[in-house]
Design a protein around this ligand. Structure first.
Ligand SMILES: N[C@@H](CCC(=O)N[C@@H](CS)C(=O)NCC(=O)O)C(=O)O
Length: 200
């Protein structure tokens, strides 16, 4: 399989963590590219022009990080990242993480193209409120439960979204008043798959 990615994409990092967690490193060749530069090999497999994109051994291209994760979960080894016994909780957390990631990523792209004034537009303020509300809900949710024993897709997506906030939007200082979420994040991120894919 071939995985088209770039090093700073949070969506691609989710998939890289899944590759490691499912013991698939040997089966996946990483193809680094710049999705913003109309990279020809990427466009040849994914006309949408976004990463991550996974080309399977049968030559089928999969896009969208959550769908790629679902596929790799089914072909890889070890415990399922979508455990049937807690599927709704896992998808709930993955959805919150994906929404947080989308709001953060769109903020970064808007700043890049329109300057920091983008934060003060109607859409910019809306994104910021979505980020703050989602972080507050996550803080409440992790406060009400024990630290996770296993790492499923929900934990992966939320932790990558939090790391992306620290990496690209440090001015938001998400952990300042959210100590439970910080502890939860540190607990999940101790795994080797997170260490090996850290943003830098
Ligand atoms: N919903 C998609 C989002 C993927 C995405 O937005 N990727 C960015 C990089 S972080 C990209 O390739 N952007 C290029 C573009 O939008 O043209 C997923 O979950 O995979």
């Amino acid at each position: 399989m071939e995985l088209f990615l770039n090093a700073t994409s949070p969506y691609a990092r989710v998939v890289r963590i899944v590759v490691l967690e499912k013991g698939l490193s040997h089966a996946v060749t990483l193809r680094c590219c710049d999705p913003w530069a109309d990279d020809a090999p990427l466009l040849a497999v994914n006309p949408v022009g976004r990463v991550p994109a996974l080309v399977t051994d049968e030559g089928v291209t999969l896009s969208e990080s959550s769908l790629i994760a679902q596929y790799l979960d089914s072909v890889g080894n070890g415990d399922s990242l979508l455990p049937p016994s807690r599927l709704s909780e896992t998808l709930h957390l993955a959805g919150l993480g994906q929404g947080l990631m989308d709001a953060a990523f769109t903020t970064v792209i808007a700043r890049k193209h329109q300057g920091k004034e983008a934060d003060d537009t109607v859409l910019g303020r809306r994104r910021r409120r979505a980020i703050e509300r989602t972080l507050d809900q996550l803080e409440r949710e992790v406060n009400d439960t024990a630290l996770p024993v296993a790492t499923a897709l929900g934990e992966i997506v939320v932790t990558v979204a939090l790391d992306y906030l620290s990496f690209r939007l440090p001015d938001l200082d998400w952990s300042r008043s959210r100590s439970q979420l910080r502890e939860w994040r540190d607990h999940v991120a101790r795994r080797e798959s997170f260490q090996r894919t850290a943003f830098m």
